[in-house]
Design a binder for this molecule. Structure first.
Ligand SMILES: *[C@@H]1O[C@H](CO)[C@@H](O)[C@H](O)[C@H]1NC(C)=O
Ligand SMILES: *[C@@H]1O[C@H](CO)[C@@H](O)[C@H](O)[C@H]1NC(C)=O
Ligand SMILES: *[C@@H]1O[C@H](CO)[C@@H](O)[C@H](O)[C@H]1NC(C)=O
Ligand SMILES: *[C@@H]1O[C@H](CO)[C@@H](O)[C@H](O)[C@H]1NC(C)=O
Ligand SMILES: *[C@@H]1O[C@H](CO)[C@@H](O)[C@H](O)[C@H]1NC(C)=O
Ligand SMILES: *[C@@H]1O[C@H](CO)[C@@H](O)[C@H](O)[C@H]1NC(C)=O
Ligand SMILES: *[C@@H]1O[C@H](CO)[C@@H](O)[C@H](O)[C@H]1NC(C)=O
Length: 742
């Protein structure tokens, strides 16, 4: 409940269940059917798909009717509406590799760039930055936003094959926003949305402008957080693939169609702030889409999820995805509250309203119950629980129940709300009427005051932004490791700002989306790993503008090995919260060494993880992989990953892991790197050799890291590191030791 508070996006979840029922034919569901052969041209693929489908449907017409999409650019599959037995029949056919039911995903919902060191004056390669195309899979975009004006930009790069078009309530593309499409393959109209790439929700406009928005001076949320808003790569081009819908969320079939289109269109980086898939790398649509993108040299950056601090909650955890956690920046939004007895307290959240009176009567929600039955819900100020006659003209003190009690109170004539919660949420809530949130300690002060007088009163002042110490901390909501998809890969990979981020917003929705809200703004603050993801996608684009030929793995390695350390003292979940650390964009362009990987590396990894040849075709078709015939991947994790994670076998004996790694020199031709190891207590780490010397650029050197851990550890996870240091570079890999038995 509490965790949903800060996100405009999470309420979507509530609608995801039971979509099939909405479609009408209760028995039929949408499935994605994966075929083995190399995709051909679109017309032919569709013909082949209809032909195959008609063999179970009985007729060509039925087949055409139930077919909703042919995927034919980067992989060969189709989506169709089928009875279960039809799906089963298809699954049994030779040319069909797997049939996966369509599911619905959820969204994971500017100063941040200065805080991260990528200042407006940072060194840029503008010529190549202008050739970078970033693709977002999201809720759509606001084309008329200042963030997407195309001043100074020429026509799209030649490689661009995408398109825009004319859509409802959509003013069109330009040389900044070069592509916009929407995918809604179930064709069920969404009462809160429209068939157009226009952004009715605000999420996609926000993420796009964080990634690649123009420099917009004097941006603010009602004067709050004012300053210059800009994306990581303000000269890059933007392509929006709308796959998320206000009422229904984001479906597998739409996500796959968008990946397929983006890869064909020619994007360089894909940013996807969506989660909620499964942890099986061969059946989750984001994992599948990202794998095919990787094969075409496109890096996919995805949000880790907002299910923290629960352990093993991280999503989008495939090793070919760059998985992003959310950290906080040095800014808070606070409101002063004066109580009638002269006492001043401070609450958190954004309230843009100036009080009209010195003090208002203050009442507890529980004392304003409509009747005896509603006493319990009145404590939380939920809909229909309060007596309008009692609430009118007053501030109401409520316990945190569900989002929107400010709207309930305002709707029946109240002035505003003070919300008390035992756990203060990192992200600032925006209120639609005077409001603020206080923790349990301040709650006691208010309780004591309410008891002390017959005529309690208070006033909430307009919010102001405050600075806090600039130590990065990982947001409580940010999803944590260990990686539920593999015990051998550390996830999340990295942390980036995701708390109270100011970026562009849609004019089609009020700031809160709550009933009665009359606040609209071109910019707003949002929080979530959704907001952290486009920061890293932006860094990936920035790195790519310096190194257009680097592979997705090389870009990821550069970002991870140059990350800034985050203190474990204020972040007790350590690497399971922040991965390699806080992003450090300007260093990422010059990492010295990179850990590179290609498609075969990931296949070797999957075989080692126990995926059999028969489950791999969703990723590797038209290749046929027989795991027992390929050269096995080397070392403990069978992958050249830039971080290392050893999971203990049991509590009885020590566990040893041998990590085989190979680095490529991308720094000075002649360079020498020495290893520095930090091992946690109870763990022995050695590296061989201890020195790597290079005589030319792109030269590769191999080494091995042996990690031996005692069965008894001081906590469920301990960590150390391996650092390769030359006179100019520091290349750092965290080494994590995890004890599944605790
Ligand atoms: C279409 O597919 C059929 C068989 O699937 C093949 O024989 C034919 O050559 C293909 N045509 C084109 C234009 O690719
Ligand atoms: C900056 O924005 C504020 C509020 O939106 C506005 O009142 C002010 O005139 C703007 N200043 C400039 C220099 O544009
Ligand atoms: C933000 O607004 C305040 C008050 O209007 C002003 O003093 C300050 O200079 C502004 N800051 C920026 C970065 O524009
Ligand atoms: C992933 O899903 C496939 C298809 O359902 C299944 O055969 C396979 O065993 C699963 N793999 C893992 C590692 O869970
Ligand atoms: C509360 O704040 C007001 C105005 O900022 C100030 O005048 C007053 O002295 C403060 N009261 C206390 C007890 O600090
Ligand atoms: C994979 O290769 C092994 C060893 O050559 C063989 O025994 C097995 O039948 C092959 N599996 C498949 C599905 O082809
Ligand atoms: C690496 O180690 C060698 C030998 O111990 C030493 O001479 C050299 O200065 C070291 N280089 C760096 C960059 O620390």
């Amino acid at each position: 409940m509490l965790r949903q508070k800060g996100f405009h996006t999470l309420p979507l979840l509530l609608f995801l269940i039971g979509l099939v029922g909405v479609i009408g034919d209760e028995q039929k569901k949408f499935y994605i059917v994966y075929l083995g052969d190399r995709p051909v041209d679109k017309d032919n693929a569709t013909k082949t798909h209809v032909h195959l489908l008609s063999s179970v449907k009985g007729s060509q017409i039925d087949a055409k009717d139930s077919m909703v999409y042919s995927y034919c650019n980067s992989f060969n599959a189709f989506a169709a509406k089928l009875y279960e037995d039809e799906a089963q029949k298809l699954a049994n056919m030779d040319q069909v590799f797997s049939v996966i039911p369509n599911q619905y995903h959820k969204l994971h919902t500017t100063r941040s760039w200065d805080f991260s060191g990528l200042t407006q004056t940072a060194k840029r390669k503008l010529e190549t930055e202008r050739d970078i195309i970033v693709g977002l899979l999201d809720t759509g975009i606001t084309p008329q936003s200042k963030s997407f004006k195309d001043d100074g930009l020429g026509p799209p790069p030649k490689k661009w094959k995408g398109s825009c078009g004319q859509f409802a309530k959509f003013s069109g593309c330009n040389n900044k926003l070069i592509g916009a499409k929407y995918f809604k393959l179930d064709r069920v109209p969404d009462p809160a949305d429209i068939f157009s790439p226009v952004d009715v929700d605000g999420h996609g406009t926000h993420t796009s402008s964080t990634l690649a928005g123009n420099v917009v001076p004097n941006a603010s949320l009602y004067g709050l957080a004012n300053g210059t808003a800009r994306g990581a790569v303000p000269s890059a081009r933007v392509a929006m693939y709308k796959v998320c819908w206000v009422s229904f969320g984001c479906s597998d079939m739409d996500i796959l169609a968008a990946f397929d289109a983006a890869a064909y269109d020619g994007v360089d980086v894909i940013s996807i702030s969506i989660g909620g898939g499964n942890v099986n790398y061969t059946t989750d649509s984001i994992s599948i889409g990202a794998f095919h993108a990787m094969k075409k040299g496109i890096i996919t950056v995805a949000s880790a999820g907002n299910d923290g601090p629960n352990p093993a909650s991280v999503s989008n955890s495939a090793p070919w995805i760059l998985t992003v956690a959310a950290s906080g920046i040095d800014r808070d939004f606070r409101s002063e509250v004066h109580l009638g007895n002269g006492r001043n307290i401070t609450g958190l959240g954004v309230s843009t309203f100036n009080p009209k009176k010195e003090l208002y009567p203050l009442i507890r929600g529980a004392d304003a119950a409509l009747n005896s039955e509603s006493k319990e819900s009145a404590l939380f100020c939920t809909e229909d629980s309060l007596d309008p006659a009692v609430v009118k003209g007053k501030l109401v003190y409520c316990k945190l129940g569900r989002r929107g009690s400010d709207s309930v109170v305002k709707g029946i004539g109240g002035v505003g709300t003070i919300i008390e919660s035992d756990r203060i949420y990192d992200a600032a809530e925006i209120f639609m009427a005077p409001g603020t949130m206080v923790d349990g300690t301040i709650g006691e002060v208010i309780d004591d005051y309410l008891k002390s007088t017959k005529t309690p009163s208070a006033v909430i002042y307009r919010t102001h932004a405050t600075k806090r110490a600039p130590a990065p901390f990982v947001a409580a909501f940010s999803s944590r490791g260990p990686n539920p998809g593999s015990l051998h890969i550390l996830k999340p990979d990295i942390a980036a700002p995701g708390v109270n981020i100011l970026a562009a917003f849609t004019p089609m929705r009020s700031l809160t989306g709550l009933k009665g809200d009359t606040q609209f703004s071109d910019f707003t603050i949002m929080s979530g790993t959704s907001m952290a993801c486009p920061h890293i996608a932006g860094v990936a684009a920035y790195v790519k503008s310096f190194h257009p030929d680097w592979s997705p793995a090389a870009i990821k390695s550069a970002i991870l090995t140059t990350a800034k350390p985050i203190s474990r003292r204020v972040n007790e979940d350590g690497e399971f919260a922040f991965g390699a650390g806080q992003m450090n964009p300007t260093r990422a362009v010059n990492p010295g060494l990179i850990y590179d990987m290609d498609e075969m590396s990931y296949i070797q990894f999957l075989c080692r993880e126990g995926y059999s040849g028969s489950t791999l075709p969703t990723l590797v078709a038209p290749q046929h992989i027989n795991c027992s015939k390929i050269i096995p991947g080397l070392g403990y994790d069978a992958l050249n990953y830039p971080t290392m994670q050893l999971s203990l076998k049991n509590k009885q004996e020590p566990t040893t892991g041998v990590f085989r790694r190979r680095v490529t020199n991308v720094g000075q031709a002649i360079s020498i790197y020495n290893a520095t190891i930090i091992a946690p207590k109870g763990v022995e780490i050695t590296v061989k050799p201890m020195t790597l010397s290079f005589t030319r650029v792109l030269q590769k050197r191999s080494f091995k890291v042996v990690v031996r851990a005692n069965p008894k550890m001081s906590s469920i996870m301990v960590s150390g590191s391996l650092v390769w240091k030359s006179s100019r570079h520091t290349v750092k890999s965290p080494i994590v030791i995890y004890s599944p038995q605790g």
